[in-house]
Design a protein around this ligand. Structure first.
Ligand code: FES
Ligand code: FES
Length: 154
């Protein structure tokens, strides 16, 4: 066990875990942040997508010892679910079962931070590895565009 400090959702946390523990386990089991979902565990499905240093990352394959920047999970976007991306998701009723949606949302937040007005190709590229078993892809794309519009120029 190694005692380490992690900054998550604008708060410092102290956790006592082995170096090779995937960040996803720390988020879900130690910090109680269950927004990031476990899907594949091999970095392939996107269900766990969260931000590390503002960029989209896959915490299921990221050892906690390699986390060197602030982590943001879907819980950290807003206190009331009113982040522009979350609002767009609600307005367009994107979710079906919902399991993949925290990852879709976090990939979108990372995309819009890089590309404020993404094209269809930008969206497809950024969300290519966020798998949705319910097939919500067209609503996801529409919601990304709605969120980009509502955020306004950056
Ligand atoms: S659970 Fe992390 S990418 Fe699938
Ligand atoms: S909404 Fe069910 S897996 Fe995407």
């Amino acid at each position: 066990m190694v005692r380490r400090r992690l900054r998550v959702n604008e708060r410092w946390h102290v956790v006592d875990v082995p170096d090779d523990t995937p960040l996803l386990w720390v988020l879900r089991e130690d910090l109680g942040l269950t927004g990031p979902k476990y899907g594949c565990g091999v970095g392939a499905c996107g269900a766990c997508t969260s931000l590390v240093g503002g960029a989209a990352a896959r915490p299921c394959v990221l050892p906690v010892s390699e986390v060197d920047a602030e982590v943001t999970t879907v819980e950290g976007l807003s206190a009331n679910g009113d982040h522009p991306v979350q609002r767009a998701w609600l307005e367009l009723d994107v979710a079906q079962c919902g399991y993949c949606q925290p990852g879709q949302i976090m990939s979108t937040v990372a995309l819009l931070a890089r590309v404020p007005e993404p094209s269809d190709a930008d969206i497809d590229e950024a969300l290519r590895d966020n798998v949705c078993r319910c097939g919500t892809y067209s609503r996801v794309r529409a919601a990304v565009k709605r969120a980009a519009r509502d955020r306004g120029p950056r």
